[in-house]
Design a protein around this ligand. Structure first.
Ligand code: GRF
Length: 216
């Protein structure tokens, strides 16, 4: 059973997708801790409802970013977390945090990176006039939404799309590729070779999700 920690800042729909995957027996993992940097995050209600331990760690309670990150790392390590999942966590983690969890921090981003990194990725795609966007689960490095890609899902952008309608279409795939990735980690199938990540024995080469989804 993979021991995971989930970092959140807001609504927590991706956290919910992982909770559902675990409760439905599709993910062989346990959420040891949810950490939110925002005391108002709805994700905390979801944790409560499902009996998952949670902690609020606010940046403003610490003198430095380093101390803030050390506290989060300490809490996660106390619970022997093996995989850290950023699920709508709105802060950039430094190498001081990442060194505690080598190749074991993943993030979901609502674009096909390296397109539309940073905030409001869906708005960026609509305004750019892109015809396809999507979502990516990637390993977290010190860049902003630029770490090695594990899986991507392609989603069309329609002429009448607004930020909201595109976000909704992309979100449905976020809720599939993120839980699937957690399960790939639980199965020990994620192999990292520099920037190249391969999911062992996965089927590659199909649309719209590459590699192909198995359980989600
Ligand atoms: C998602 O669109 C995710 O891709 C981005 O932030 C949003 C979080 O949504 N990183 P939620 O809190 O999981 O509902």
């Amino acid at each position: 059973m993979l021991r995971i920690g989930v970092l959140v800042s807001g609504r927590g729909s991706n956290l919910q997708a992982i909770i559902n995957g675990i409760e439905e027996g599709k993910i062989n993992a346990k959420i040891e801790l949810v950490v939110s940097d925002n005391p108002q995050a709805y994700a905390l209600e979801r944790s409560k409802k499902h009996g998952i331990p949670f902690q609020v760690v606010e940046r403003k309670s610490f003198a430095s970013k380093r101390d803030f990150e050390e506290r989060m790392a300490e809490l996660l390590k106390e619970r022997s977390v093996q995989l850290v999942v950023l699920a709508g966590f709105m802060r950039i983690l430094s190498k001081n945090f990442l060194k505690h969890f080598p190749n074991s921090v993943i993030n979901i981003h609502p674009s096909l990176i390296p397109a539309f990194q940073g905030l409001h990725a869906q708005k960026q795609a609509v305004e750019f006039g892109a015809k396809f966007s999507g979502c990516t689960v990637h390993l977290v490095d010190e860049s902003v939404d630029g770490g090695p890609v594990i899986v991507q899902a392609v989603v069309p952008v329609l002429p009448q799309d607004t930020e909201d309608t595109l976000s909704e279409r992309i979100l449905k795939f976020e809720h599939r590729i993120l839980p699937q990735t957690v399960q790939w980690f639980a199965e020990g199938r994620v192999e990292v070779d520099g920037r190249k990540v391969i999911v062992r024995d996965a089927r590659y080469g199909t649309l719209p999700v590459n590699p192909e989804l198995e359980k989600f």
